[in-house]
Design a protein around this ligand. Sequence first.
Ligand code: TRP
Ligand code: ZN
Length: 469
Amino acid sequence: MPVRRWRTAVVGGVATATLLAGAAVAAPSSGAGTVGSEGAGDPYFPRAGNGGIDVVRYDLRLDYDPPSSPRRLVGRLDGVAVITLRTTQRLTRFDLDLRGLRAERVRVDGRLARFSHGRGELRIRPARTLPAGEVVEVRIAYGGRTGRPRDLGGALYGWVTTADGAMVASQPDGSSTWFPVSDHPTDKARFRFRVRVPEGLVAVANGLPVDRTTRRGHTAWSWHAADPMAPYLATVTVGNFRLDRYRDRSTGVLVVDAVDRDLPRSAAAGLAATGDMLDFFERRFGPYPFAAYGAIVDDDDLGYALETQTRSLFSGAAEEEVVAHELAHQWLGNHVSVERWADIWLNEGWATYATWLWAEHAHGRPARRAYDAVRAIPASDPFWHTVLADPGPRGLFDAPVYDRGAATLHALRTRLGDRDFLRLARLWVWRHGGGNAGTAVFQALAEEVSGTDLSGFFDAWVRTPRKPA
Ligand code: TRP
Ligand code: ZN
């Protein structure tokens, strides 16, 4: 999708990136050469995403064999990825991200392309030079064994093989463990999925269910996610699910839930509030931004939940507070997405603040009390030593990102007053929905809405590793 503000270029073999302020930049940079850069220019994950291309659509056709024994959690994934992309510069070569699996054949517009693969980069050399601004179809046959990848902090992520299938949670850079991808939130695209699994298992992906066909002991599940989506928000979760579909009465949103049959009924009890939450968040953040919603509640445990787009993913149980958090992410994180990973507090701070607002509305627990609890943390506590707008790639999901993030928003609300704060929230989603925006743009919008200079406020709350006065 064409919303991107990173301009990347390869200079002397080193990827450099310039953050451009203002509106979307479509023009290819001059003097960039004809090799797409190996990364999108995000300092936290330098090789994630790719330069020179802008993916429009992924059409993923996957065949998955879950582990034959729960004692060895290794599955087999074979796929064909049909990727429609637009070139943003003249290209003799470009990359996609792919880790752990092997590319077997690559075609560009039907013609076999040369390729090489290493360090998570699939380097593709089309048979002809691609002009800038051209839409091409890249078809990649690939496959291999799947396992249980871990991230820097030790959490499982990406294609996580489970005894009865797989749980797929790719934030921040795990999409390349299951398909060739330009894995950065600035390269949003539409997705189609067709996932073939042994009969009896269910494959749940983003968006709307299209159809399912069973033949010779296998069922192919098709899903269509037509709304632009950052690749880390894509999921294909395979398991022993019961699907439950309904239209929410007050908002009209179509909800498709998938709850593991092996879980007790109580594990999904938190989902009962989904309709009321949709209604509550629509009043605060504007219309629900996507074609459908729903939850996946798997019996396996990742130790965290993920706001997979249109279909939030929960491990073990869906607790009410987490249900509210992941739903709020659909507006804040998914529709409006980070410009780069350092901005993660905008996702987690907003989603956490949304749960404070929900608790106030549904249970009469004032947001102010949650704020006071954060303020009660002593200044000497390491909690305050994080630079909120730059927590580092290992600190993306640490407590300050969530709680100092939410406290920052509450303090901002106190500063602006309820009316301007609500206008800010709505305008943020309205203006940047479908795209990306970072901390500087958020501050500028808060200043625009309030007509005040907030540089002191933002310096103290998000740029200083100390407790604000
Ligand atoms: N974004 C998730 C949430 O807060 C949390 C998350 C995603 C996470 N990936 C992670 C937490 C990896 C720890 C490790 O809803
Ligand atoms: Zn979150």
